[in-house]
Design a protein around this ligand. Structure first.
Ligand SMILES: Cc1ncc(COP(=O)(O)O)c(C=O)c1O
Length: 484
């Protein structure tokens, strides 16, 4: 048997369940017998038999020496990494662990402005000072793409006391910037490169997908296996390469962050998703790429819906063809309205929607039938909106942030909630995050500018959830600021 045909953790779990032990251990439902009956009825009782945590023969996620270690080694081998850590706290846990392992409190960290909110958590926990490099935001699509390479590299050379540079590779919408060049600049300055590769675990599986961050030199790459490959929600992994960060340090930090009772449903699903990716990934993603090309071509025939081609965007070097970002504002709709229509009228749920776009993700789970359903619904949307006047968004560009306090200081400072307009000029105590995609418009410690308020207001009015906003008794939106 080839090494990648093995699934050591899955095999160990299967052997344990088949052995039929009488359980005097947690979880308290003991194989489903004590679980709420609805769970077994809906999920199947056998699923609950596999809901186990650390037991003899099943290894220990926090000091792996058996089946988990073997499974992690196979994942590292597949991705060309030196080590791999299975995660039960999503890529969120992987990014926080990466940052804490690569820095010390009081250091700086160099980040793109479109960093996910998990990096904000890492900065707060690690008591770091963020230094942002500018990212281009397309004014028509209102989406981030590549970054200003010169400015980013100059910052890397100039900033003193930094521990790491973060890359978003790719963005939520599948766009890839000049990661190789940024990585080289960071390494020349002796900085660790952490890749947020939440949306890129499939990049390594097919040559027509963008290059993976590890192949471009990243030291740490956290990937949401659950987002693009076949594992269960919340299961991710973190790869380590390059020798700049010690494996033991990452393992130590993960012990601080993750449960001491990790779910073996999640862990075993990672082992099997790795095997599936290794054995069938190239063919499966090849078919998905063909399907995506066909769907993209069909959408190109619809008047009023445009599928993003970011090849001419500054700083964008590649795009994941399986992420279809569709601009619907020419139909006179917000993305949120188009997504509502698709859900209510056609039973189609998209991945995300914002001011002018919806995002559709294709994976090997899709095929002709789901593609046809999507295309039929989009055609119906175009027919419904025939003759509608297009909508043009003119939002202000966000000026470079003015950081008045470190994020940690602001996050732990006494706070008050104030009405929207009264927040102008105050210091944010909480991040303001349109969700999805989970990229903060404002970090704690930053001055609240009129431009941020205007952009946030546009998201709120369009029906995008804005995390960080609280509501007064009369449902008036309030912003949480540092008490003066
Ligand atoms: C760019 C990006 N990074 C990190 C994450 C966090 O990933 P997870 O949900 O696996 O914790 C997300 C989640 O949406 C994301 O979009």
């Amino acid at each position: 048997m080839q090494r990648q045909e093995q699934a050591p953790l899955w095999e160990a779990l299967l052997a344990h369940v088949r052995a039929g032990y009488t359980a005097f251990h947690v979880p308290g439902h003991k194989g489903g017998r004590g679980a709420p009956p609805e769970l077994g009825a809906a999920w199947g009782w056998s699923l609950l038999e596999f809901d186990l945590t650390e037991l003899p023969g099943l290894d220990n996620l926090h000091a792996p020496a058996g089946a988990i270690r073997a499974a992690q080694e196979l994942a590292a081998e597949l991705y060309g990494a030196d080590a791999c850590f299975f995660l039960v706290g999503g890529t969120t846990a992987g990014l926080i662990a990466s940052v804490l392992a690569a820095t010390r409190p009081g250091m700086r960290i160099i980040l793109p402005r479109h960093a996910h909110r998990s990096l904000l958590a890492a900065v707060i926990l690690g008591d770091l000072e963020p230094v942002f490099y500018p990212v281009y935001v397309d004014r028509e699509w209102l989406l981030p793409g590549g970054w200003d390479e010169e400015a980013a590299e100059a910052l890397i050379r100039r900033v003193r006391g930094a521990g790491a540079v973060v890359l978003v590779h790719p963005t939520y919408h599948g766009l890839v910037g000049r990661a190789r060049e940024l990585t080289a600049a960071a390494h020349a300055a002796s900085l660790t490169v952490i890749a947020d590769e939440a949306h890129g675990p499939h990049f390594y599986l097919h040559p027509d997908l963008p290059p993976g961050a590890l192949t471009l030199g990243a030291d740490l790459a956290a990937q949401s296996v659950h987002k693009l490959l076949g594992s269960l929600t919340q299961s991710s992994w973190l790869h380590l390469a390059g020798g700049r960060v010690a494996e033991a340090q990452v393992e130590e930090v993960l012990r601080w962050l993750e449960s001491s009772s990790p779910s073996y449903l999640l862990l075993a699903s990672l082992d099997l998703a790795r095997r599936q990716a290794a054995l069938t990934g190239q063919g499966a993603w090849g078919r998905t790429l063909e399907l995506a090309a066909r769907v993209r071509a069909e959408i190109g025939r619809l008047t009023g819906i445009t599928c993003l081609d970011a090849s001419s965007w500054p700083g964008v070097t590649a795009q994941d063809p399986c992420k279809l970002t569709l601009k619907v504002s020419d139909l006179g709709l917000t993305g949120v309205e188009a997504a509502d229509y698709l859900r209510q009228a056609h039973g189609i749920q998209v991945e995300m929607a914002d001011l002018c776009t919806i995002l559709v993700i294709l994976t090997p789970a899709d095929g002709e039938e789901t593609a046809e359903r999507l295309l039929a619904a989009l055609s119906a949307l175009v027919r419904e909106r025939r003759g509608a006047k297009g909508r043009v968004w003119s939002l202000p560009e966000l000026p470079p942030p003015v950081q008045r306090l470190r994020p940690r200081e602001a996050a732990f400072a006494p706070k008050v909630s104030v009405p929207w307009q009264a927040a102008r000029g105050r210091v944010a105590a909480r991040a303001l995050v349109p969700y999805p995609p989970g990229v903060p418009l404002l970090w704690p410690g930053e001055e609240i500018t009129p431009e941020v308020l205007e952009v946030a207001e546009a998201y709120r009015h369009a029906g995008v959830e804005l995390q960080g906003v609280t509501y007064g008794e009369d449902r008036e939106p309030l912003l949480v600021v540092v008490e003066e």
